[in-house]
Design a protein around this ligand. Sequence first.
Ligand code: MN
Ligand code: MN
Length: 400
Amino acid sequence: MSNFQRREFLTGAAAIAAASAVTMVGTRRADAGDPSFMNNVPDPLLSGKDLPTFKFELEKSEAKVIGKSTAREATVEQLPISKGIAGVSMKLEPGAMRELHWHATAAEWAFVDKGRVRTTVLAPGGAAETNDFEPGDIWYFPRGHGHMLECLGDEPCHFVLIFDNGYFSEFGTFSISDWIGHTPKSLLAKNFGVPESTFDGFPKKEVYFARGALPPEPAAVPLAGRHLPRQTHKYRLLADEPLVNNKGGRLWLIDSNKFPISKTVTGAILDLDPGALRELHWHPTADEWQYVFEGKVSVTMFGSGGRYRTETLEKGDVGYIPQGYGHSLENVGDKPCRVLIGFNSGVYGEIDLSEWMAGNPLDVLATNFGKPASLFEKFPRKDVFITDKDGPEESAPKRP
Ligand code: MN
Ligand code: MN
């Protein structure tokens, strides 16, 4: 727990219990997301009469550009509600590399949209993995693990990154050129056992996107030889059958049950046909981050106290639903839509409204709404999950 988070934690009604609870909160933070939420301290941003916006037009925002490579980010700076998750859309030109770096405050999850990407990642203990990725593949790098990303082949690539911390900025990472460029040559010479002159002409500041020759295929062996980690960082998400395949849409979802290294992030691809609806639901243990690859999606959010808000997301837009807030996604365009969805928990969980109601007897529903019990005979007996414009069919199981 950082000083900032500790301060937040101590501000509020639970301060009395803080001494014993800090340890518990620290270990459970990855499961539950924003620490202020876990402590039941109201988030000022979510405590107003109206809900704040939960949409950001990421692909229309200003990019960091070097050559033909670009990076655009959505953090609490651009989208204040997104405290639990930040995201980046990155494009690399052929021969370009997002240089060796690490993230002190976030794990990195990614989905490859176009082109091919190679990564290397190093864990404490020296285990290193090099992987090549194609569209539909994902990676996960635990917080602090050193990595690089490079475009493979002679076509540009595009991928979307998710970080399990909305305060994380891609433009404040720990990059190798920045570090070496600011360390005295004498210290570097001692560190590596090479002459000081070795470092003549090294970059003085962060390179960020490095540019060079097209990478060899297959990848060359690391200087230290091969020392593979126990768990792989790569998963071929769209090579699997969809977890849910309903009339109206499909869902691919992967959490740490099938991708064990991904302890703090669950990722999903949701395809909806025109008019289809991902039903009203919420996630008890995670915030939800959305990125629209294709189509036009109406997202609704329910925030208690009569607060309800709708945003329309189009290609390149980002949406965000805080942990526990009710929401739905509906394709309101005339073409199929595809949405990337990320959660800041390695274990997926949801409660769908149809499933909740079906989990109660008729008399409870009758009393709750002040209506005859017979009315609720017509309601679904199972989870709807996704339905097309003609109404629900029973859903396939959706536990990863
Ligand atoms: Mn990174
Ligand atoms: Mn959801």
